[in-house]
Design a protein around this ligand. Structure first.
Ligand SMILES: CC(C)(COP(=O)(O)OP(=O)(O)OC[C@H]1O[C@@H](n2cnc3c(N)ncnc32)[C@H](O)[C@@H]1OP(=O)(O)O)[C@@H](O)C(=O)NCCC(=O)NCCS
Length: 215
Protein backbone atom coordinates (compact mmCIF):
# COMPACT_ATOMS: atom_id res chain seq x y z
CA UNK A 1 0.00 0.00 0.00
CA UNK A 2 1.33 3.43 -0.84
CA UNK A 3 1.91 6.17 1.71
CA UNK A 4 -0.98 8.10 0.07
CA UNK A 5 -3.31 5.93 2.14
CA UNK A 6 -1.76 7.16 5.38
CA UNK A 7 -4.44 9.17 7.22
CA UNK A 8 -1.98 11.73 8.62
CA UNK A 9 -0.28 14.78 7.21
CA UNK A 10 3.05 16.30 8.15
CA UNK A 11 3.31 19.99 7.34
CA UNK A 12 5.73 22.81 8.17
CA UNK A 13 5.09 24.25 11.63
CA UNK A 14 3.61 27.75 11.56
CA UNK A 15 3.42 30.39 14.26
CA UNK A 16 -0.28 29.71 14.83
CA UNK A 17 0.51 26.04 15.57
CA UNK A 18 2.61 27.05 18.59
CA UNK A 19 -0.22 27.03 21.20
CA UNK A 20 -1.09 23.42 20.33
CA UNK A 21 2.59 22.48 20.19
CA UNK A 22 3.04 23.94 23.68
CA UNK A 23 0.17 21.85 25.01
CA UNK A 24 1.96 18.69 23.86
CA UNK A 25 5.33 20.10 24.95
CA UNK A 26 4.08 20.55 28.53
CA UNK A 27 2.58 17.07 28.57
CA UNK A 28 5.80 15.58 27.22
CA UNK A 29 8.88 17.25 28.66
CA UNK A 30 9.94 17.91 32.27
CA UNK A 31 11.81 20.97 30.96
CA UNK A 32 9.59 22.34 28.16
CA UNK A 33 10.51 25.01 25.68
CA UNK A 34 8.57 28.26 25.85
CA UNK A 35 6.47 29.95 23.17
CA UNK A 36 9.36 32.36 22.65
CA UNK A 37 11.68 29.42 22.09
CA UNK A 38 9.48 28.12 19.28
CA UNK A 39 8.98 31.57 17.79
CA UNK A 40 12.76 31.97 17.69
CA UNK A 41 13.14 28.53 16.14
CA UNK A 42 10.67 29.33 13.36
CA UNK A 43 12.86 32.33 12.46
CA UNK A 44 16.08 30.29 12.61
CA UNK A 45 17.22 29.58 9.05
CA UNK A 46 19.21 26.54 10.25
CA UNK A 47 16.09 25.00 11.74
CA UNK A 48 13.16 23.08 10.24
CA UNK A 49 10.01 22.18 12.20
CA UNK A 50 7.06 19.99 11.25
CA UNK A 51 3.67 19.24 12.76
CA UNK A 52 1.61 16.08 12.43
CA UNK A 53 -2.19 16.05 12.10
CA UNK A 54 -4.70 13.24 11.55
CA UNK A 55 -6.83 13.48 8.42
CA UNK A 56 -10.54 12.86 9.11
CA UNK A 57 -12.35 10.44 6.77
CA UNK A 58 -14.07 12.29 3.91
CA UNK A 59 -17.39 10.70 4.88
CA UNK A 60 -17.43 12.77 8.07
CA UNK A 61 -17.93 15.98 6.12
CA UNK A 62 -17.67 18.95 8.50
CA UNK A 63 -18.17 16.95 11.70
CA UNK A 64 -14.74 17.79 13.13
CA UNK A 65 -12.86 21.03 13.33
CA UNK A 66 -10.60 22.10 10.50
CA UNK A 67 -7.69 22.08 10.41
CA UNK A 68 -7.49 18.93 12.54
CA UNK A 69 -5.51 19.17 15.78
CA UNK A 70 -1.76 19.02 15.97
CA UNK A 71 -0.95 15.66 17.58
CA UNK A 72 2.82 15.61 17.22
CA UNK A 73 5.81 17.53 15.99
CA UNK A 74 9.51 17.31 15.29
CA UNK A 75 12.32 19.60 14.33
CA UNK A 76 15.98 19.61 13.50
CA UNK A 77 18.95 21.84 12.84
CA UNK A 78 21.07 21.21 9.76
CA UNK A 79 24.65 22.39 10.18
CA UNK A 80 26.90 21.41 7.28
CA UNK A 81 26.33 17.65 6.94
CA UNK A 82 25.11 17.11 10.51
CA UNK A 83 21.43 16.90 11.25
CA UNK A 84 20.61 17.45 14.91
CA UNK A 85 17.10 16.40 15.95
CA UNK A 86 16.15 19.15 18.41
CA UNK A 87 12.74 17.84 19.39
CA UNK A 88 10.16 15.15 18.73
CA UNK A 89 6.92 14.49 20.60
CA UNK A 90 3.54 12.84 20.16
CA UNK A 91 0.47 13.80 22.19
CA UNK A 92 0.06 11.21 24.99
CA UNK A 93 -3.38 10.20 23.67
CA UNK A 94 -1.81 9.28 20.31
CA UNK A 95 1.28 7.40 21.47
CA UNK A 96 2.23 3.79 20.65
CA UNK A 97 0.68 3.98 17.18
CA UNK A 98 3.95 4.35 15.24
CA UNK A 99 3.55 8.10 14.94
CA UNK A 100 6.85 8.83 16.68
CA UNK A 101 8.48 6.58 14.09
CA UNK A 102 6.62 8.29 11.29
CA UNK A 103 7.88 11.70 12.45
CA UNK A 104 11.43 10.42 12.89
CA UNK A 105 11.41 8.81 9.44
CA UNK A 106 10.15 12.06 7.97
CA UNK A 107 12.80 14.14 9.72
CA UNK A 108 15.67 11.85 8.67
CA UNK A 109 14.43 11.63 5.08
CA UNK A 110 14.20 15.41 4.93
CA UNK A 111 17.63 15.94 6.48
CA UNK A 112 19.44 13.41 4.30
CA UNK A 113 17.70 14.77 1.18
CA UNK A 114 19.24 18.11 2.15
CA UNK A 115 22.75 16.71 2.57
CA UNK A 116 22.95 15.27 6.08
CA UNK A 117 25.33 12.34 6.43
CA UNK A 118 24.86 11.80 10.16
CA UNK A 119 22.01 12.44 12.55
CA UNK A 120 22.61 13.35 16.20
CA UNK A 121 20.46 14.07 19.23
CA UNK A 122 20.42 14.23 23.02
CA UNK A 123 18.01 12.19 25.10
CA UNK A 124 17.41 12.13 28.83
CA UNK A 125 19.07 9.22 30.60
CA UNK A 126 15.70 8.30 32.14
CA UNK A 127 13.75 8.45 28.84
CA UNK A 128 13.57 4.77 27.96
CA UNK A 129 10.77 5.16 25.40
CA UNK A 130 12.72 7.62 23.28
CA UNK A 131 15.97 5.67 23.62
CA UNK A 132 14.16 2.53 22.41
CA UNK A 133 12.78 4.47 19.45
CA UNK A 134 16.24 5.74 18.48
CA UNK A 135 17.93 2.35 18.96
CA UNK A 136 15.29 0.80 16.71
CA UNK A 137 16.46 3.17 13.98
CA UNK A 138 20.15 2.42 14.42
CA UNK A 139 21.21 5.31 16.65
CA UNK A 140 24.19 4.47 18.87
CA UNK A 141 25.13 6.00 22.21
CA UNK A 142 28.31 8.02 21.63
CA UNK A 143 28.56 9.97 24.87
CA UNK A 144 26.93 11.22 28.04
CA UNK A 145 26.58 14.82 29.20
CA UNK A 146 26.46 15.15 32.98
CA UNK A 147 23.60 17.21 34.42
CA UNK A 148 22.70 18.46 30.96
CA UNK A 149 19.09 19.22 31.86
CA UNK A 150 18.09 21.86 34.37
CA UNK A 151 16.60 19.27 36.71
CA UNK A 152 20.02 17.60 36.93
CA UNK A 153 19.35 14.68 34.60
CA UNK A 154 22.19 13.52 32.32
CA UNK A 155 21.79 13.43 28.55
CA UNK A 156 22.87 10.57 26.34
CA UNK A 157 24.26 11.64 22.98
CA UNK A 158 23.07 9.34 20.23
CA UNK A 159 24.13 9.27 16.59
CA UNK A 160 22.95 7.57 13.45
CA UNK A 161 26.11 7.26 11.37
CA UNK A 162 26.20 7.09 7.56
CA UNK A 163 22.56 8.12 7.39
CA UNK A 164 22.93 8.82 3.67
CA UNK A 165 24.51 5.44 2.84
CA UNK A 166 22.58 3.04 0.57
CA UNK A 167 22.34 0.47 3.39
CA UNK A 168 20.80 2.87 5.90
CA UNK A 169 18.57 4.50 3.29
CA UNK A 170 17.28 1.09 2.19
CA UNK A 171 16.57 0.08 5.79
CA UNK A 172 14.70 3.34 6.39
CA UNK A 173 12.72 2.99 3.16
CA UNK A 174 11.65 -0.53 4.13
CA UNK A 175 10.65 0.61 7.57
CA UNK A 176 8.75 3.54 6.06
CA UNK A 177 6.70 1.11 3.98
CA UNK A 178 5.97 -1.05 7.01
CA UNK A 179 4.94 1.94 9.15
CA UNK A 180 2.80 3.33 6.31
CA UNK A 181 0.95 0.01 6.15
CA UNK A 182 0.32 0.17 9.91
CA UNK A 183 -0.88 3.77 9.77
CA UNK A 184 -3.18 3.05 6.82
CA UNK A 185 -5.11 0.70 9.11
CA UNK A 186 -5.82 3.37 11.72
CA UNK A 187 -9.44 4.31 12.28
CA UNK A 188 -10.66 7.42 14.07
CA UNK A 189 -13.65 8.61 16.07
CA UNK A 190 -14.71 12.28 16.12
CA UNK A 191 -13.77 12.44 19.82
CA UNK A 192 -10.14 11.89 18.84
CA UNK A 193 -10.22 15.22 17.03
CA UNK A 194 -11.33 17.21 20.05
CA UNK A 195 -8.89 19.72 21.52
CA UNK A 196 -6.36 18.26 23.91
CA UNK A 197 -6.07 19.29 27.53
CA UNK A 198 -5.34 22.99 27.71
CA UNK A 199 -1.98 24.04 28.95
CA UNK A 200 -1.75 27.74 29.52
CA UNK A 201 1.48 29.45 28.85
CA UNK A 202 1.46 30.64 32.43
CA UNK A 203 4.28 28.89 34.13
CA UNK A 204 5.92 28.03 30.85
CA UNK A 205 9.58 27.95 31.63
CA UNK A 206 12.33 29.27 29.47
CA UNK A 207 13.77 26.60 27.29
CA UNK A 208 16.58 24.75 28.87
CA UNK A 209 17.14 22.04 26.36
CA UNK A 210 20.06 22.81 24.12
CA UNK A 211 19.85 26.32 22.80
CA UNK A 212 19.33 26.69 19.06
CA UNK A 213 22.52 27.33 17.13
CA UNK A 214 23.16 30.94 16.22
CA UNK A 215 23.02 31.74 12.56
C1 LIG B 1 9.24 9.17 22.27
C2 LIG B 1 7.88 9.35 21.59
C3 LIG B 1 7.98 10.48 20.57
C4 LIG B 1 7.52 8.03 20.88
O1 LIG B 1 6.31 8.25 20.17
P1 LIG B 1 5.25 7.08 19.91
O2 LIG B 1 4.40 7.52 18.79
O3 LIG B 1 4.57 6.70 21.18
O4 LIG B 1 6.21 5.89 19.50
P2 LIG B 1 5.95 4.75 18.39
O5 LIG B 1 4.61 4.16 18.56
O6 LIG B 1 6.30 5.30 17.04
O7 LIG B 1 7.05 3.69 18.85
C5 LIG B 1 8.19 3.40 18.07
C6 LIG B 1 9.18 2.63 18.91
O8 LIG B 1 9.63 3.46 19.98
C7 LIG B 1 9.82 2.65 21.15
N1 LIG B 1 8.86 3.06 22.18
C8 LIG B 1 7.91 4.03 22.06
N2 LIG B 1 7.28 4.20 23.23
C9 LIG B 1 7.83 3.31 24.09
C10 LIG B 1 7.60 3.01 25.47
N3 LIG B 1 6.65 3.66 26.18
N4 LIG B 1 8.36 2.07 26.06
C11 LIG B 1 9.32 1.41 25.36
N5 LIG B 1 9.58 1.65 24.04
C12 LIG B 1 8.85 2.60 23.43
C13 LIG B 1 9.58 1.22 20.72
O9 LIG B 1 10.82 0.71 20.25
C14 LIG B 1 8.62 1.39 19.57
O10 LIG B 1 8.68 0.33 18.65
P3 LIG B 1 7.68 -0.95 18.85
O11 LIG B 1 6.30 -0.40 18.71
O12 LIG B 1 8.09 -1.87 17.74
O13 LIG B 1 7.93 -1.48 20.22
C15 LIG B 1 6.77 9.64 22.65
O14 LIG B 1 6.85 8.68 23.68
C16 LIG B 1 6.83 11.02 23.25
O15 LIG B 1 6.29 11.98 22.72
N6 LIG B 1 7.52 11.14 24.42
C17 LIG B 1 7.63 12.44 25.09
C18 LIG B 1 8.59 13.35 24.36
C19 LIG B 1 9.97 12.75 24.27
O16 LIG B 1 10.46 12.13 25.21
N7 LIG B 1 10.63 12.96 23.11
C20 LIG B 1 11.97 12.51 22.87
C21 LIG B 1 12.93 13.57 23.25
S1 LIG B 1 14.63 13.03 23.05
Amino acid sequence: MSSEAVPYIIAPMRADDIPQVLTIEHLSFPTPWSAQGYEQELRNTLATYWVLRPVPPRAWGGVVRQPPPVIGYTGYWLIADEQHISTIAVHPRWRRRHLGEWLLLHAIADGTARGATLVTLEVRLDNEAAQALYRKYGFEVVGQRKRYYRDGMDALLMTLFRADSPEVQERLAMRRQQVARELARHTFTPAMFASGPHSSEEGARDEDREQPPSE
